[in-house]
Design a binder for this molecule. Structure first.
Ligand SMILES: Nc1nc(=O)c2c([nH]1)NC[C@@H]1CN(c3ccc(C(=O)N[C@@H](CCC(=O)O)C(=O)O)cc3)C=[N+]21
Length: 295
């Protein structure tokens, strides 16, 4: 039997527990606040930002909604970040990626106050994570780790193959799964577009995480029986009547072999958004020297 891991349900459970922590903060007169910064007119980016805003509203996180003309000079965005950095009420800042060509992502990330970097992309936060002392775990890898834990999948000693080496998923997730902590202690292989024989790697993995951004790259023929398959892909693919969301895993063939698998949509995506809320609540604690031991 294949278990389909319900990311919406796990995310909803996480939001409920976060609401409790936010209520506790309210008794101290604190309302966690997230600023979203959108410098794009891409409809998908607009949709994602509005989903993040409504998630915040649901759990009681206040929001600032900043929109910048995508044709504006990079300085406009940097000035905005300086303002948000120095605003004592703002706990977290999310700059929706990708930013326009005239804005270098790496400069954006470094401009942000690391204490407000709820994406966990700032070099200081990346360094802390790699050192095994994470401040803000990046939202998607954190969501993957939480889903594995929730599904009762043991990572200790497991052979994990990650397909994809991005700074937002593959690289941080590999580091997290390596750590000498719960949810870690795995043997991690990171594959990518130049890997010689991808199927040879995925085919001997206990856990496969597909995060390459290639629709249906991983199918059943590339998997070992009873492996756990986590699909991080969110590829919008055009169809005859509009468009549809497709993962990096061919779900039907993969689910014939997998013991557990995440769907797209309804798998990792909702968890990514829930972890943004988690990091914002954590930021509200850390910035006030309040203890936050997780949920
Ligand atoms: N600074 C920054 N931080 C991000 O975390 C970030 C970003 N930029 N840029 C774009 C990517 C993409 N991303 C997603 C989050 C949730 C879903 C999600 O909730 N997906 C739903 C479906 C949504 C739909 O129907 O379109 C699901 O999979 O069930 C998808 C994609 C966050 N990103």
């Amino acid at each position: 039997m294949t278990t389909v891991i319900d990311g919406n349900a796990v995310a909803s459970d996480l939001r409920d527990r976060l609401t409790g922590r936010i209520d506790d903060l309210a008794t101290e007169g604190v309302t966690p606040t997230l600023a979203t910064v959108l410098m794009s007119d891409d409809p998908a980016s607009e949709t994602y930002v509005s989903m993040k805003q409504s998630d915040c509203e649901e759990v009681g996180i206040a929001t600032r909604d900043v929109e910048i003309d995508p044709d504006a000079p990079a300085e406009r965005l940097f000035d905005t970040l300086d303002d948000l950095n120095s605003d004592p009420e703002v706990d977290g800042v999310l700059v929706q990626m990708p930013t326009p060509d005239q804005v270098a992502d790496s400069e954006v990330i470094r401009r942000l106050d690391p204490m407000k970097d709820v994406d966990g992309f700032h070099p200081e936060n990346v360094g802390l994570l790699v050192r095994g002392d994470p401040r803000y775990k990046p939202c998607t890898p954190h969501g993957v780790q939480h889903l594995l834990d929730h599904a009762g999948v043991e990572t200790e000693g497991a052979d994990v193959v990650i397909v994809g080496r991005s700074n937002i998923v593959g690289k941080p997730l590999a580091n997290m799964l390596l750590q000498k902590t719960a949810g870690g202690n795995a043997t991690v292989t990171v594959c990518h577009s130049r890997t010689d024989d991808l199927a040879a790697h995925t085919g001997r993995a206990d856990i496969v995480v597909a995060a390459a951004g290639v629709p249906e790259l991983v199918d059943g023929s590339m998997l070992a029986e009873d492996s756990v398959v986590i699909d991080v892909g969110v590829n919008r693919v055009e169809t005859e009547d509009g468009s549809t969301l497709v993962g990096d895993v061919a779900f039907d063939s993969a689910s014939e072999l997998a013991s557990a698998i995440t769907p797209v949509p309804g798998g990792v995506g909702p968890m990514t958004r829930a972890m943004l809320l988690y990091n914002t609540v954590k930021a509200a604690h850390l910035r006030r020297d309040l203890a936050f031991d997780g949920l």
